[in-house]
Write a protein that binds this ligand. Structure first.
Ligand code: C2E
Ligand code: CA
Ligand code: CA
Length: 545
């Protein structure tokens, strides 16, 4: 503040000294004018220039008096003008600085708000919840106070979402947020952790009974149906509860244990469960997996399986590329499939590191193949949260430079949910990736709520029809209609179409007949290790596909 004040008075002084300089020049010009006028008067009226004639001219010629006054008038006017200009400059600079400071503060607040709140429900997000949990832990230790963390998950939300569509699903999530906020005190926090998962942080809890009172309020709030598009919807929830300090003395442990309790409540259909150490034996795999997954990623132990994507080009088939699919070779559980650990990684924010590892290992393998003359593409699955992270383009640029790979060999498979989470940001990042030369593909097409308006805006070059429509398309007429319509839609938008889940020759031929560009599925090959993939390629080359 003091600095700004100093700079304003410096600017004002500068302006003042400039105006003074011009005023001095004006005074000098006026003095010269007085001298010339006096000399001219003396010469033309008295026909000689001497001290006497100059004095006479000055005494007898009244017009000279007016000219004589000019230097004084200019000096006075200069002083006045410089003071006024300096004052006005000061006022203008103060006004502008004030406006700029207000704008900067409001932008800062907005950015801070967006980083810590869920855009759909306006509730605090996972980051802010963690922050409040940390604060509560400090306060709890200092004042010897207890608090409770409840993780609440909506039962069968996926089915609701699939049936009603994402738009109604989102509205339901907002309504749930409103009901939850109504059940707690103002000092408590209701947060959205992502998807259909919420958290309640209840401060100043005396015993388990206090928690049960609130849990019962929440259950009561959900007894009332939701009215959505004229439909009466009864929504059920499962809650897991962890209490500080009994069940954990830090934010991570509390979050993990409330999560374990929530799964127990869900499995036992008991609506809610307060954490107990015996739950760990109910769910040993899940609990240990959480800790081990981070280690497996840090130690780069995750493996990649490859599944070919076949180009159907004028009746001939050729390998266009592979999809990289993560696998976790676990010492006790064997190969753990992504359905088990990807949701876990997404919940614990490990998903970014996992994705970067898959991209890195995928690129490494691709370089080997390219060196051997197998010039094919690689597709990597990118979760919505990783795609919406501004880090992705920079991390990728580093990898591309390191492995010296043309970006056109890389495809990112993203789901429709990516656009819905944060459309402007998704568009910004997708455009950046597209400009870098990366191909983009919409995965699991048909399972989410896709708006044509979004689809046309996104720089996407491929649509992958979800395997759910492909597997039964010969028996199920409505699946066949969807497949056919999707192929036409994609072609109208200038995109390629890949059908996944091609399990039989008949389906492959039918898809070819419908004009599908690429095929992927067990009929050609299951996802397999690099070694098995290369043997498959060799056998295919022998058989000429
Ligand atoms: P996705 O992207 O839809 O991948 C295709 C899945 O369909 C793969 O399952 C593949 O094994 C399976 N599939 C392929 N052809 C057939 C077929 O003909 N019939 C049947 N029934 N299934 C077929 P997978 O490998 O278990 O992956 C499951 C999901 O896990 C993937 O679905 C993807 O969403 C996710 N995932 C896998 N790896 C990654 C990864 O590195 N990052 C992220 N974010 N997600 C991944
Ligand atoms: Ca995929
Ligand atoms: Ca898929």
């Amino acid at each position: 503040m003091q600095k700004i004040g100093e700079s304003i008075s410096k600017t004002a002084r500068l302006m003042k000294s400039r105006v003074t300089k011009y005023a001095i020049v004006a005074v000098l010009i006026a003095v010269v004018a007085v001298i010339i006028a006096t000399l001219a008067n003396a010469y033309f009226i008295y026909h000689s220039i001497s001290l006497e004639t100059i004095m006479r001219a000055q005494q007898e010629n009244i017009t000279l008096w007016v000219i004589d006054a000019m230097p004084f008038l200019f000096a006075l006017w200069g002083q006045y003008a410089s003071t006024m200009i300096a004052y006005e400059t000061g006022v203008m600079v103060v006004d502008q600085t004030h406006d700029l400071r207000e704008q900067a503060t409001s932008l800062e607040h907005q950015a801070q708000y967006e980083a810590t709140h869920d855009p759909l429900t306006n509730l605090p997000n996972r980051i802010l919840l963690r922050d409040r949990l940390d604060q509560s832990v400090h306060a709890g230790v200092r004042d010897n106070k207890r608090f409770a963390l409840i993780i609440l998950d909506v039962d069968h939300f996926k089915e609701i979402n699939d049936t009603l569509g994402h738009y109604s699903g989102d509205r339901l999530l907002r309504r749930i947020a409103l009901r939850l906020k109504g059940t707690v005190r103002d000092s408590d926090t209701v947060a959205r952790l992502g998807g259909d998962e919420y958290a309640l942080l209840l401060r100043n809890i005396k015993g388990n009974n206090d928690v049960k009172v609130i849990v019962n309020k929440v259950l009561k709030a959900f007894q009332e149906y939701f009215l959505l598009d004229g439909m009466k919807l009864v929504v059920q929830v499962s809650m897991g509860i962890a209490i500080f300090p009994d069940h954990g003395k830090d934010a991570d442990t509390l979050l993990q244990r409330a999560d374990v309790a929530m799964y127990v409540a869900k499995n036992e259909k008991s609506k809610y469960a307060i954490y107990s150490p015996k739950f760990d034996s109910h769910n040993p795999k899940r609990l240990t997996l959480m800790g081990e997954l981070k280690q497996a990623i840090d130690n780069q132990e995750l493996a990649i399986y490859f599944q070919p994507k076949i180009d159907v080009c004028e009746g001939r088939m050729k390998i266009q590329g592979v999809e990289a699919l993560a696998r976790w070779p676990h010492p006790e559980h064997g190969i753990v499939t992504p359905d088990e650990f990807i949701p876990l990684a997404e919940r614990t924010r490990l998903i970014d590191d996992l994705t970067y590892l898959v991209i890195k290992k995928g690129m490494q393998t691709l370089v080997n193949w390219h060196n051997r003359g197998l010039k094919i593409d690689i597709a990597v699955n990118i979760s919505p949260s990783t795609l919406l992270n501004y880090d992705l383009p920079d991390v990728l640029t580093g990898f591309l430079a390191n492995y010296d790979i043309e970006p056109s060999f890389i495809t990112f498979e993203i789901t429709e949910g990516t656009f819905l989470k944060n459309p402007p940001r998704a568009l910004e990042i997708l455009n950046k990736l597209h400009e870098m030369g990366i191909s983009l593909s919409i995965d699991d097409f048909g399972t989410g709520y896709s708006s044509l308006a979004y689809l046309r805006k996104m720089p996407v070059s491929e649509i992958k029809i979800d395997k759910g429509f492909v597997i039964d398309m010969l028996e199920n007429e409505s699946d066949a209609v969807i497949v056919k319509a999707t192929i036409e839609l994609a072609h109208n938008l200038g995109m390629k179409v890949t059908a996944e889940g091609v399990e039989t020759k008949e389906i492959a031929l039918k898809l070819q007949e419908l004009g599908c560009d690429r095929l992927q599925g067990y009929y050609f090959s299951k996802p397999c290790s690099e070694k098995d993939f290369l043997s498959w390629v060799e056998s295919r080359i022998k058989k000429r596909l």
